[in-house]
Structures are given as structure tokens and as C-alpha cells.
Design a binder for this molecule. Structure first.
Ligand code: FES
Length: 106
């Protein structure tokens, strides 16, 4: 089974199943991962799905679009590897991906 690992700011680890075709936001919310709300339903419009992709994986996920950057850069915790989880589509090559959660969501 393919997995996604979400690590909360306090170090709590959540290993959940990677479902191809779903976004990382959908995977997190459907598995009850705390700290990812997805209030806008995946429209890049709320910023409540901010994640920080591990350095080993940012090259695999690709970089964010201008629209995504405009939203995620509103977070005081935004860093170069920040992504909106709703904009990262799960696919086989992301098996084992490690993403970190910020301390707070917008
Ligand atoms: S769910 Fe709203 S920006 Fe990702």
C-alpha cells in the first residue's frame, strides 16, 4: 500500500494511505489528520491546507503556481517548500512522501 506521511508541528506522525487522484488535502481530511482544514474545498482560496513538503520530495511534487503562491505566501510560516495540499495531486511517484504541517493554519 502506498503511503503519505504527515508530521505535525509537535512531531506527531500520521501515516495514511495514498489514494491516487486525490489531493493531499483530501487525503489528510478524509483520514482525520489534524491541522489541515481545507475550508474552500480545494480552490486555492482559503490557505487552510498549507503544508511544507520535505526537502527530499519538493522536486517530485513540483513547484507552486502563481495563484498558489499568492495564497500560501499570506501565511507567516511560508517557506520555499510550502505548498497548498489541495494543489498536490497524489500519484504513484509520491509513494512515501513526507510533508510537515505548520504550527498554525491561516
Ligand atoms: S483547501 Fe483551500 S486553499 Fe487548499
Amino acid at each position: 500500500m502506498s503511503t503519505v506521511t504527515f508530521v505535525e508541528h509537535d512531531g506527531t506522525v500520521h501515516d495514511v494511505d495514498l489514494v491516487e487522484g486525490e489531493s493531499l488535502m483530501e487525503i489528510a481530511t478524509s483520514n482525520g489528520v489534524p491541522g489541515i482544514d481545507g475550508d474552500c474545498g480545494g480552490e486555492s482560496a482559503c490557505g487552510t491546507c498549507h503544508v511544507i513538503v520535505d526537502a527530499d520530495w519538493i522536486g517530485v511534487t513540483g513547484t507552486r503556481s502563481d495563484e498558489e503562491s499568492q495564497m500560501v505566501e499570506m501565511s507567516p510560516e511560508c517557506v520555499p517548500n510550502s505548498r497548498l495540499a489541495c494543489q498536490v495531486r497524489a500519484q504513484a511517484k509520491l509513494d512515501g512522501i513526507l510533508v510537515h504541517l505548520p504550527e498554525y493554519q491561516m
